[in-house]
Ligand binder design. Structure first.
Ligand code: HEC
Ligand code: HEC
Length: 500
């Protein structure tokens, strides 16, 4: 009997009728004030703690969680292109990919502990082109959120190198008529850019990007998402908040209610900064060898030797050509907003300039990725402090990062491919997944189909097929050593007093 109910017919309960209890929005101007007052550490901690709360909070309708799906519902696990009435799922803006399907970030990002990956039960189901056809839906397994400042900074430094190589080739082309740039950075080859002069004065050139390898024509490395289609933590998170939680950031929709749930300004610009800072500064995944070194766990010398042998075999069967074990960060400092072209918004998706909200690379919160992580600061029995959450720093200020990716997209073969090329990047193309912490993020692969690390390896096709068959051809004992090496790459959370 609907008549006795508070609900307007097939609508949502008006939020004014509800009492709310969710965190107050973070004001970007408060963060800026702390920076101006010479308190960058305070600004960082304020943002970090606010980000912690924002990822943990189970939001309620007063803050605009969920969306006007239709059928009186606020959430749906499945894309509902069929609900296309006024204000319903199919008519939200920006267009929904899926959801809304949760009330908190850590509802999905929770394994093996908060901010981690997720089980297949938490897979996100999306239908970017609103086909309404389940055979076209994409399933995505939840990715971990640890130390995301590392991949973004590596991507920024790689892109900066590629921009320089492009610009030098453009100058050569202007002088001589044509030039070829062989793009490479941090030991990885990114293909060839061919530049032809089409006008002398002023010099105009055309760029042929068809021979680039695994990256986009804009040379912006995109380290986020299984498809490798987002350059920044902030950009990814803005979409996640909208699609997963139905929380539409001010910078996404301005003063509009794009999901028709009766709430405006669901996440502030300061909230987005806080979420970004939090994930950028979370502790990095570690190796059990490091844990043994700090006597946090015991490993026999045999196990240690096997892990090292496993890593050598990993290189021998060419896993390391894509899962590049080490890269050096020349300047291990993450900034939000970034000052690198392609890694900050020049205008927000709602059309407003970031500066009009107080957000500017000139007033950035900076995180030293070697020292500033609040988590996993370990004091050993000898009283020594070990910053296990951070990246080890070299004497010259650079830092070696073990992230196990080349930041390229690869053809992984038909069996792993998406049902169609919904995102225009190639159905079979996926970003080389970082193996940092991989032992703690199962089930594996983009849809969580692999229940063991070995299954994940054997599913490698396309460009990775040769490597996977070299793996299969190894003797059982050697295959076990590779698995043993992968099992040494873990997420770790020190049992300390909770820094709430
Ligand atoms: C319903 C489950 C779910 C919820 C809720 C959710 N996520 Fe995710 N998250 C995922 C999945 C699945 C992916 C991988 C998506 C992809 O690659 O297409 C992901 C990926 C990410 C990534 C990219 C990580 C990387 O290394 O590429 C970030 C950042 C992220 N989520 C942040 C958040 C934040 C912040 C929230 C809360 C506002 C949130 N997520 C809520 C499931 C979820
Ligand atoms: C041609 C590049 C390439 C090579 C070579 C390669 N991989 Fe991968 N690997 C990938 C890509 C791309 C993915 C992500 C696949 C997906 O999204 O489903 C991946 C995923 C994985 C995963 C799952 C990670 C996760 O979080 O789900 C594991 C484990 C893995 N690779 C191990 C290996 C091992 C071991 C080898 C050598 C035998 C290897 N890979 C060789 C590109 C490669």
């Amino acid at each position: 009997m609907r008549s006795a109910c508070l609900l307007p017919l097939l609508g949502l309960l008006p939020v004014a009728a509800l009492a709310g209890d969710v965190p107050a929005p973070v004001d970007q101007h408060d963060l800026n004030r702390l920076l101006r007052e010479g308190e960058p550490g305070e600004a960082f901690l304020y943002a970090f703690e606010a980000g912690d709360e924002l990822t943990e909070t189970s939001f309620d309708a007063t803050r605009g969680v969920g969306a006007h799906i239709g059928e009186g519902r606020r959430f749906t696990r499945f894309p509902r292109a069929d609900l296309d009435g006024p204000k319903e799922w199919a008519n939200h803006f920006p267009p929904r990919e899926g959801g809304a399907n949760a009330t908190s970030c850590i509802a999905c990002h929770n394994a093996p502990f908060a901010n981690g990956a997720g089980d297949v039960a938490l897979n996100v189901v999306v239908d970017p082109n609103h086909t309404g056809d389940p055979s076209m839906f994409l399933e995505r397994n939840t990715l971990p959120l640890f130390a995301l400042g590392i991949p973004q900074r590596l991507a920024e430094e790689i892109s900066s190198d590629l921009y320089e190589q492009r610009d030098a080739a453009r100058e050569r082309a202007c002088a001589t008529g044509s030039a070829t740039a062989q793009l490479a950075s941090k030991g990885v080859d990114y293909g060839i850019l061919e530049i032809t002069r089409v006008n002398m004065a002023p010099c105009k050139v055309e760029m042929d990007t068809s021979k680039l390898d695994g990256i986009d024509g804009d040379l912006v490395i995109k380290p986020f998402g299984w498809k490798g289609n987002h350059a920044t933590i902030r950009g990814f998170t803005r979409d996640a908040a909208h699609n997963e939680l139905g929380l539409q950031a001010v910078e996404l929709v301005g003063d509009e209610d794009g999901d028709f749930d009766g709430v405006l300004h669901e996440l502030s610009v300061g909230d987005m900064t806080a979420l970004t800072i939090y994930m950028a500064a979370l502790e990095r995944p570690v190796s059990t060898l490091e844990l043994a070194e700090l006597e946090i766990m015991n490993l026999t010398s045999q196990v240690r030797a096997d892990i090292h042998a496993g890593e050598e075999l990993f290189e021998q069967v060419r896993c390391a050509t894509c899962h590049v074990p080490e890269m050096t960060l020349l300047e291990p400092v993450f900034r939000e907003p970034s000052n690198v072209v392609g890694f900050h918004d020049t205008s927000f998706p709602d059309g407003s300039p970031p500066l009009s909200h107080g957000l500017s690379p000139e007033a950035a919160i900076a995180i030293d990725l070697t020292t500033d992580q609040p988590n996993n600061q370990i004091v050993t029995d000898d009283g020594k402090l070990h910053l296990l959450g951070g990246v080890p720093r070299n004497a010259d200020g650079t830092a070696v990062v073990r992230w196990f990716t080349d930041f390229k997209r690869h053809d992984m073969g038909e069996a792993l491919a998406d049902p169609d090329d919904a995102l225009g990047l190639g159905a079979e193309m996926f970003l080389t997944r970082s193996l940092a912490g991989v032992a703690s993020t199962g089930p594996w692969l983009h849809d969580g189909r692999a229940t063991s690390l070995e299954e994940a390896i054997l599913a490698h096709g396309g460009e990775a097929e040769a490597s996977a068959s070299l793996y299969s051809d190894l003797e059982a004992a050697d295959r076990e050593k590779i698995i043993g090496f992968l099992e040494s790459l873990v997420m770790f959370e020190a049992a300390t007093e909770e820094a709430e």
